[in-house]
Design a binder for this molecule. Structure first.
Ligand code: KIV
Ligand code: ZN
Length: 502
């Protein structure tokens, strides 16, 4: 019988650990709704002990998501387990995910503990967590660099204490496909009680092999895959969910008919939502969800695809939810049509958010004749990115040209009061950012700045994504407008507001 591969999505936990990818609890909930719609089996919603924000996000997701298992991460410590248990209180299907490193390097330098001590901690924590929650997953962190015999002992012991999923993390992205295969095979052959647990794989992309390693682990018998949307995650990221799912679907022949329950038509939408909310742009050539993934440039290819699509396409773009951006609304469209379209696009907005988004839509529609689905997504995601912005753009004025030193005045609203700052700069955008710094009194350093057109046409919405370093933190911001300087100001304020709302 073909077996199902359980998709464990960790976008909200490991994905959010990507430097500069921080999400508010409201944004996490928005992503969780979409993950549920996508059909993921398990959502790792956060690491509750890490911060009150993380704990709140896990609670919100646990309360609102009913179909997927909701998982909270915990170290093998009582306070972590209690925090995870508390945050998962309202989950219909809660899971506690314990982790403890088993490699010599971690034992020696991180813990300064002997193997037997680690074994005892793992057993004790699993037993404690199992009393609070029926569904326990255990990860021997840095498993791929651990001594095999010790790894087998730990796995056997935690299964005896009640763990029912054993995850094998390639924490540092050190492994390669043949090794990933042999490690899972060895675990299956050497851990006597392994049949009582599902084996999972969790691969990082430091050497660019996270997806290949995950798929090798599946071929060796892993039946759960940890992954993230767009492959975001700590350092170089995690295995990309969309790539794992489409590889298993497209190459059923190679994967012995294994399947996932992912509704692949939701992949593109989920990718864009995560990209917009985390301010991580999807590269044009990204497999499955990149702009170019289904575009054909050469005449020979275009001609052949028109004759028969499968000449140069191994997947149907419709299967991943890529359709031409549709012309949907214009400046005469009303609230009803706006609300309706957002619902179709999968947004869950409160009345207050809807009203804010509608006002913004009208402003944009006044300047841009045709509003496409991608424009709508951008407008709405701008509005829901920060719930109550502390600083809002009131007005700005820029003087720039080839023969003048660029100068900008930016006025911001804070608690109903207008505060203005004026500055010169290397260019109009730099002058605006410096003017904002004068008002907010933050010393922000611009680490990254990208400008993209959301749709085509000279009146297209420009979208700016940037990363600021403020007080040792990297914060992302995103803003859009038909005026690219305004888009840059909005993105800058988005980042500053995120920092303040934390
Ligand atoms: O990479 C890793 O080892 C992890 C664990 C917490 C599973 O993310
Ligand atoms: Zn990880």
């Amino acid at each position: 019988m073909p077996e199902k591969i359980i998709i464990f999505d960790t976008t909200l936990r490991d994905g959010e650990q990507a430097p500069g990818a921080s999400l508010t609890s409201q944004q996490k909930l928005e992503i969780a709704f979409q993950l549920e719609k996508l059909g993921v089996d398990v959502i790792e919603a956060g690491f509750p002990i890490a911060s009150p924000d993380d704990s709140r996000a896990v609670s919100m997701v646990a309360k609102n998501i009913k179909n997927s298992v909701i998982c909270g991460l915990a170290r093998c410590l009582k306070q972590d387990i209690d925090a995870a248990h508390a945050a998962l209180k309202n989950a219909k299907h809660p899971r506690i995910h314990l982790f403890l490193a088993t490699s010599k390097i971690h034992l020696q330098y991180k813990f300064k503990k002997a193997e037997d001590e680690i074994l005892e901690i793992a057993k004790y924590a699993t037993k404690m967590a199992r009393k609070l929650c029926a569904d326990i997953e255990f990860s021997p962190e840095d498993a791929t660099r651990s001594e095999r015999d010790f790894l087998f002992r730990v796995i056997e012991a935690v299964i005896n204490e009640g763990a029912r999923t054993i995850n094998i993390p390639d924490t540092t992205g050190y492994s390669y496909p043949q090794e990933a295969f042999s490690l899972i095979t060895d675990i299956r052959n050497n851990v006597p009680n392994i049949h009582k647990a599902v084996i999972a794989t969790h691969c990082h992309d430091d050497l660019g092999m996270a997806v290949a390693n995950s798929l090798s682990a599946v071929l060796a018998g892993a039946r759960q895959v940890h992954c993230t949307i767009n492959g975001i995650g700590e350092r170089a990221g995690n295995a990309a969910l969309e790539e794992i799912v489409m590889a298993i679907k497209t190459r059923k022949d190679a994967f012995n008919g294994l399947f996932t329950q992912i509704n692949t038509k939701e992949l593109f939408r989920t990718s864009r939502l995560v990209s917009n909310l985390t301010d991580f742009i999807v590269p044009w050539n990204k497999a499955i969800v990149g702009k170019n993934a289904f575009r054909h440039e050469s005449g020979i290819h275009q001609d052949a695809v028109l004759k028969k699509r499968i000449t140069y396409e191994i997947m149907d773009p419709k299967d991943v939810g890529i359709a031409e951006s549709q012309l949907v609304l214009g400046k005469h469209s009303g609230r009803h049509a706006f609300k309706d379209r957002l619902k179709t696009l999968g947004f869950h907005l409160s009345d207050e958010q809807l009203e804010k988004a509608f006002i913004r839509f009208k402003e944009v529609a006044d300047k841009k004749k045709d509003i496409f689905d991608d424009d709508l997504r951008t407008i709405v995601q701008d509005e829901i990115s920060v719930i109550k912005p502390i600083w809002q753009l009131s007005s700005f004025e820029v003087n720039s040209g080839t023969k003048v030193k660029p100068q900008a005045t930016v006025c911001l609203l804070k608690k109903g009061k207008d505060c203005c700052g004026t500055s010169s700069g290397d260019g109009p955008v730099d002058a605006c950012f410096k003017a904002i710094d004068k008002v907010t009194a933050y010393k922000a350093r611009l680490e990254d700045f990208r400008l993209e057109a959301v749709t085509s046409g000279k009146d297209a919405l420009g979208q700016v994504s940037l990363k600021l370093r403020i007080k040792d933190k990297i914060i992302g911001g995103r803003g859009s407008s038909t005026d690219i300087i305004e888009a840059a100001i909005r993105a800058y304020l988005d980042a500053v507001n995120k920092l303040e709302s934390k």
